[in-house]
Structure formats: structure tokens, C-alpha cells
Design a protein around this ligand. Structure first.
Ligand SMILES: [Zn+2]
Ligand SMILES: [Zn+2]
Length: 261
């Protein structure tokens, strides 16, 4: 990666005004919620009570542990959108935030990133997660398995499918390109944002089938986990939330922009 693509600038990554130091001006910095308070020890999302979140308890993710430095809302969400729409230079800032989160993390042998289809890649011109993985690789001195996971079908073909059909469909979207490079390795999967975690989970599952020794995940941002017991919308049907245990309110992929779409 040539440095000229990512010039060292002293302008705010979000609004563009001069900052003289740092990536964000004080005003924009205030709009970003950093994931430095209570987080779920498994999925790494912000939680409002200590311990494993209800979603992870309900169904353990395919990865052992995930981290994300930013909460996906307000300025944090705006930065992610910018990253996907021409702001490739943000991989520098984002990768340093992730690297900080990985201090004291279990040993990682290699990094893979969430892929795009060839068609989507041509349209955008770059895969933001690949750039993120490359920058992170430099920072944590861990190699990237380039095109380690490939996307063979658009996940957007999910539209109009039921939750169950989506799950089935998602399984046919990704493939581990060279299982021999994954076998026996401790692998970190990198993505820009975790919403439902379904895509990440599917990729981790594929890596485990390719006999990865352990699979971890790191995303720039993740949605906050809101406890169903404290969610107001449950009172509308007269229940107290306890009886809704089986239908945990997953943040829908339709309402939040998802990675690589
Ligand atoms: Zn700013
Ligand atoms: Zn969790």
C-alpha cells in the first residue's frame, strides 16, 4: 500500500476541518461512543449489565471472542459509512483502534477478512475490510491470508426470505479458498461492523469446518446489546418480557447498513 493513498493529514476524519493533531476534531470526537464501558465477554458488544449478553447465552457464536472499539451509532456509524463510500484512508485510524483492543488477546496466527463478490468489488473499487486487515497486519505483526475466504454469492439475495431461509442461504455465500492455510491455525476474522453477527458467524463456522484451531473476530464497530427486559416495546403486548425469551430482539439487518452490501 503506497503511503500516497493515505496521506498523513491533520484534518478531522469525519467533518474535514483542521485538527492539527489526532484523527477527529473535538466536536466529532464527542459524537462517537467508544466501547470502553461494560461489554459482553463473548461478542464484545456494549451491554448494560455485566456478564455474557442474553443473545450469546441463547446461542453461543461460532467465534470464541470478538472485540470492537466503537459502538455503532451516531458519529461512529457515520464514520463507518464514510469508510465504505470512498473514505478508504480510515483503515489507518480504525486498525489502530482495533490493535489497541487486541492487547492481551489470545495468540493469533493469521488474519482473514470478510470478502466481497468480484462484482461488488468492481463497483466500490476497494474492499474496506481487506484494507483494514492489511493495516492491522502491519500493526500486530500477523500475516493476512489474502482471499482466505471468498464470497461466491451476494448476501443481498437474502431479501424476501424468511429468517430460516436466510440462514440456509447464507451458508452458500462463502467458501474457505485454501483450507490448508487455515488448518490448525488461530484465526482472526476482520469486518467493519457487527449488527446481527450472522455473516461473521457463518464465516467463522466455515473456518472451523476447515479445522481452524480457534476463531476470533474483530470489527471496527458493533451495535449495542439492549437487554430485552428493559426494552419498552415488549410492554405493548402486555407481556413483561420474560415470556419473550425465545424471540430475542435481534437487530434486523434490514434496518442497519451491513458490511459489504
Ligand atoms: Zn470533525
Ligand atoms: Zn454477547
Amino acid at each position: 500500500m503506497r503511503d500516497s493513498l493515505f496521506p498523513l493529514s491533520y484534518t478531522c476524519d469525519l467533518c474535514g476541518i483542521e485538527t492539527f493533531d489526532g484523527n477527529l476534531c473535538p466536536n466529532c470526537h464527542k459524537t462517537i461512543t467508544f466501547n470502553d464501558k461494560l461489554t459482553c465477554p463473548v461478542c464484545g458488544r456494549r451491554v448494560n449489565s455485566a456478564g455474557v449478553c442474553a443473545e450469546c447465552k441463547h446461542l453461543l457464536p461460532q467465534y470464541k471472542k470478538a472485540v470492537s472499539p466503537i459502538v455503532y451509532k451516531d458519529g461512529g456509524a457515520a464514520l463507518i459509512t464514510k469508510f465504505k463510500r470512498g473514505g478508504a484512508y480510515l483503515c489507518e485510524y480504525f486498525s489502530s483502534l482495533i490493535a489497541d483492543k487486541l492487547v492481551g488477546f489470545p495468540k493469533i496466527d493469521c488474519i482473514v477478512y470478510v470478502p466481497m463478490t468480484e462484482k461488488a468489488l468492481r463497483k466500490r473499487g476497494y474492499n474496506q475490510t481487506a484494507l483494514l486487515a492489511e493495516k492491522l497486519s502491519e500493526k500486530i505483526k500477523t500475516p493476512v491470508v489474502k482471499d482466505g475466504v471468498i464470497k461466491i454469492k451476494e448476501t443481498s439475495e437474502q431479501i424476501g426470505l424468511s429468517m430460516k431461509e436466510r440462514k440456509e442461504n447464507l451458508k452458500s455465500c462463502f467458501r474457505v479458498s485454501q483450507p490448508s492455510l487455515i488448518k490448525g491455525k488461530s484465526v482472526l476474522v476482520v469486518d467493519d461492523v457487527m449488527t446481527t453477527g450472522a455473516t461473521l458467524n457463518e464465516i467463522c463456522s466455515k473456518l472451523k469446518k476447515a479445522q481452524a484451531r480457534a476463531v476470533y473476530a474483530a470489527t471496527v464497530a458493533s451495535v449495542e446489546f439492549k437487554s430485552p427486559l428493559s426494552a419498552n416495546h415488549f410492554s405493548s403486548d402486555g407481556t413483561d418480557g420474560k415470556s419473550t425469551q425465545k424471540v430475542l430482539p435481534l437487530p434486523t439487518e434490514l434496518s442497519t447498513p451491513k458490511s459489504n452490501e
